[in-house]
Design a protein around this ligand. Structure first.
Ligand code: BT5
Length: 240
């Protein structure tokens, strides 16, 4: 019999290359929304081929489910809110913020990252890493890393996963019933650098502006001397 968490089929592995890959095999086998986690990833990845350091003790988990193309940006925003709400139940509430689109920071250090990838057709993989017991020492990274343990919170990855699933399901239902507006509002309340000057680095481009809001697709809106600009992809940095 296959395990379940709420309505999701669930599998936990001792080790895999990346849960974002392993969950696709699970999805093909189970043919229904599913979640796969692993104790260790040997080749965990971030966006643009970057590495996600995946030591034992942290949460590495991927959710595979259907997302309509037009809702993808919304789900990216919603996923960060689910992580933030989960962390808020464990630690002091006001230390967490979300850096667009979906990094979660604690005291200005990165505690969680999320990677969306297409599985096939309209099935997408939402891969989430949360540092629970160990934060890597990052060289040349724009943000230091932190973990729940560094914040004085002792818990384990599967307890955090259960809370995460609960928060994600609640937010997804809210979104399906009421639309993006309330997700957007909650996200903006926790936005890192809101109303501050930021730099956005894209592959061959760098621009700066004041972080103002999200548009109705979940894109970032910055204010520049040329007016409001919509940012679809990129990495956000503090302006120094
Ligand atoms: C992300 O990419 O933040 C998305 C990370 C997604 C990881 C999950 S784990 C489960 C699933 N399976 C996978 O293979 N991936 C997903 P990005 O915004 O590109 O950030 C990557 C950068 O974060 C790196 O270049 C480092 O600077 C930093 N970093 C690496 N490992 C980290 C860690 N454990 N904690 C905090 N920062 C880290």
């Amino acid at each position: 019999m296959t395990d379940k968490i709420a309505n999701w089929y669930f599998k936990d592995l001792d080790q895999t290359t990346s849960t974002n890959d392993a969950v696709i095999d699970f999805l093909k086998q189970i043919k229904a929304p599913c979640i796969l986690s692993a104790k260790i990833q040997t080749n965990g990845r971030g966006r643009l081929g970057r590495n996600w350091q995946s030591a034992d003790g942290n949460l590495y988990v991927s959710f595979a489910y259907q997302i309509k193309h037009q809702n993808l940006g919304h789900m990216s925003i919603l996923s960060a809110l689910a992580v933030l709400k989960t962390l808020e139940t464990l630690a002091q509430k006001n230390i967490f913020q979300i850096k667009w689109p979906n990094d979660v920071l604690a005291q200005n250090k990165k505690i969680s990252g999320i990677l969306f990838e297409n599985a096939f057709d309209d099935y997408w993989v939402m891969g989430i890493g949360i540092n629970i017991k160990k934060a890597p020492f990052l060289i040349n990274a724009p943000y230091e890393a932190t973990s729940l343990k560094d914040l004085g919170i002792i818990t384990d990855r599967l307890s955090v996963l259960n809370k995460l699933v609960q928060n994600f399901d609640t937010l997804k239902t809210l979104y399906e019933e009421q639309g993006f507006e309330c997700i957007k509002k909650s996200w903006l309340d926790k936005a890192y650098n809101r109303d501050k000057r930021i730099i956005i680095k894209q592959l061959n481009n760098k621009q700066s502006g004041i972080l103002k809001t999200l548009d109705d697709d979940g894109c970032l809106v910055i204010e520049t001397p040329d007016g409001l600009k919509k940012i679809i992809t990129g990495d956000v940095f503090n302006f120094e």
